[in-house]
Ligand binder design. Sequence first.
Ligand code: 6PG
Length: 469
Amino acid sequence: ASADIGLIGLAVMGSNLALNIAEKGYTIAVHNRTAAKIDEFVAEAGELRPRIIGKADLKEFVQAIKAPRSIIIMVKAGKPVDDVIEELLPLLDKGDAILECGNSLYTDTQRRFDYLKPKGIGYLGVGVSGGEEGARHGPSIMVGGSKEQWHNAEPVLKAIAAKFNGEPCCAYLGEGGAGHFVKTIHNGIEYADMQMIAEVYGVMRDGLGMNPKQASDVFKEWNKGPLNSYLIEITGYVLEAIDGPTGKPLVELIVDRAGQKGTGRWSAIVAQEMAVPATAIEGAVAARSLSAAKDQRVAAEAIYGKRQAGGADVSLAELEKALLAGKIAAYAQGFAVLAKASEENGWNLPLGTIAKIWRAGCIIRSRFLDQMAATYDKGDNVNLLVAPDFVTIMKDAHPSLRKVVAAGALGEFPLICLSSALSYFDSYRQARGTANLIQGQRDFFGAHGFEIEGRGPGQHGKWPSTLGN
Ligand code: 6PG
């Protein structure tokens, strides 16, 4: 055996990861269900070819890898992963490990980890972010699962990961499904980031009458400031692109119906399951679902008419700050979900390390994450909204978020994510809320009891037994 590592699944992400690994000087064995793909891949590997061993036979593939083996599987999430595991199982030796690198549901990863553990096979659920480019030249890598086998794969994974100031964006985060859980929340935050940017674009387009080129210039400018991030940068490019055949701005021709493969929704679901408010993430998921209901939206616009209101009374500087404030609220929510899940699953997730490995390579990479890493490194696992560095930014920025959300309400443009972020902030920092009334209502119809300061819980009201209606 001469390969340092193996990889199954030569679709786009798998191929790029394999090339990245070979480029870093490791020898890699590759396998794919459709054998033709293997030959094609090896043939196109150019100068990396000597370090790639293509094997159409699964047994030969496994035998080509040095023991204890690390085998990456990069196939479609769901049943295909279980199928590959079953095929591999009889061919593996104790101490070998499977590294599953797709966007898997973390509970599936946990189940596979528990299934393989008694058989002596390590299982690592690995979140890989950064799209095709990232996989090829440096993704952010979130590892969870068997700690022992992590050490076998660690040098390769750290070598292929993105670097931030020389530090690899790759870390072991916890047992079982921890890595895939963190990737899921990364994607939930990604959804919120993208949606808030899209909402701001909506204000520019519908409230300020800007064309895509003008909006593009603004995003490019913002990318030099506190919003500096991959998503802001690509937004500048998407907005300036021109459609070849018509010469029109491409963005104006793209149908306003967004796809989603599940990870964003899983974050919202898990947040609800753990009773952690993640309204910005939920809003972003809901916005994608609403976008997909195009026919209903067209019909409803015919009933209510197009928006009547005029322009938005907001400046670009206010929009920039609104986005920053919204972003802080969304990240506060995402990290709160991570903190709760860590506690519930006994993962001991290192929040500072997570922020660090998100600083480069992944889709949500940004300058802002460096600041967040510094906050969590100080050891305060508090909600970001009360972390001193972010309090300063928030105090300066929330009035702008408020102004933008108000402009959206009056101007009739939907800001589902930004307004959810603002309501979260306002609820979070309100010492006395309105749940006293909820408690009164609950006691009225269900004798659920309430607490009175100084008298303790379990108090009841004397409610009328018959009502007027
Ligand atoms: C990443 C991305 C990547 C992918 C997701 C998002 O971190 O590199 O999140 O994993 O783009 O599949 O998917 P949807 O938008 O299709 O849900």
